[in-house]
Design a protein around this ligand. Sequence first.
Ligand code: ADP
Length: 446
Amino acid sequence: MNKKIFNAIWIVAIVVFLSSLIFILGVSYDYFSKLQMRQLKVETELAVQGVNMSGQKYLDTLETKEYRVTWVDANGKVLYDTKADKAKMENHFEREEIKEALDKGYGESVRYSSTLAEKQLYSAMKLDNGSVLRLSIVQMAIWTLFVDFAQPICIVMLIALILSIVLASRISKMIIEPINNINLDNPMEHVNEEKYEEVAPLLKRIHYQQEQLKKDKEEIHKASLIRQEFSANVSHELKSPLHAISGYAELLENGMVKAKDIKPFATKIRIEASRMTTLVEDIIHLTKLDEGGAEQVWEECDIYKIAENALDSLISFADEKHVNMELKGESTTMYGVSKLLYSVIYNLCDNAIKYNVENGRVTVFVESLEDAIILRFKDTGVGIPDDAKGRIFERFYRVDKSRSKEVGGTGLGLSIVKHAVLLHKGDIKVTGKYGEGTEFEVRFPK
Ligand code: ADP
């Protein structure tokens, strides 16, 4: 970049210099041409005085290496010419400067001489006897001016080149240095410094991106901690049913169980095994949700119908627990993944039954508002203490660990619910008084 800025600056300097040089040469050329014409006029005046006094004799004595002298009579006939044979010369009456001189006493013009094939300056003056004397000179060519000025031009160019290189190198350093000195750990510290005025937007962007990176890093760190904690919890949760199963199996194997106890032992093994199955299923479910539920099918779902199905499959469990279930509300559809919506309703109803009391009630409301669909799950169960309300959605969190285990909970149900609700851009709230019951409200925006 330094090199690029350096090159750009000195090239610009040289281009500007050369263009001004060409312009100055043009202006000078014009000035010198006018000067030449003025001199020619003076010479013509002198020559006219000479001829007025001495006639052609004067012309014969003239030293005219540079000038061409032509004398024509009042009709344009050439009487005398220093460069061409007067006999062969055409009548000059129509020549612009001669016509003007005959008319006004003096005339001048610039043109290609058809006789000498060069650009000529002409100056013509009327004599006392009515004839006209004309002096002409080859106009100085621009390259002559250039050749004359070659030496000073070269010197000035050299100076300009050296100056522009020195300046370019200094300016490019001045531009680059502050950029190299930016404190990337805290770019905002330069924002109010004068030399960073122009790069303030860049500093702000760097700052913004760094903050973003920091946030991303923190999130990655948090996610990795959560994952570590989750893996530790998973292995711990899997270990206890496995220990129980292998303990019971060992007793059976060693013949330490009386024949009448074999059946209850087998039941215990089956319960532990089914607990493991549920746990593994929940973990798989949650992992899939973590991956963004990519393979899920999104469609219009009848949420009331889904609630009916979930309640149907829980009816025998509710009967077993002596809990009454009721579904209220209206049929309404929403765009979502029906499998996930089912698991939201199933898990919340399952909990409402699990943590209920003898002869308790579970009521589910499905309500369609203008901008949202509301699902409410109300139970008359044990309730959740206020300080635990914020934590129940955490993985493996249980308010009462032994009760949860006793009823076959995994501690993952509400995490799955929350995840699925968030995937549908909804939110979930929990209310209710500890000891009196719980109410979950799920809101899906339309
Ligand atoms: P679990 O498998 O233990 O039920 P969840 O994630 O579904 O796990 O619930 C977490 C904890 O929240 C439960 O262990 C329980 O203590 C509490 N909980 C959930 N739902 C209810 C409810 N309807 N009434 C009382 N407590 C509940």
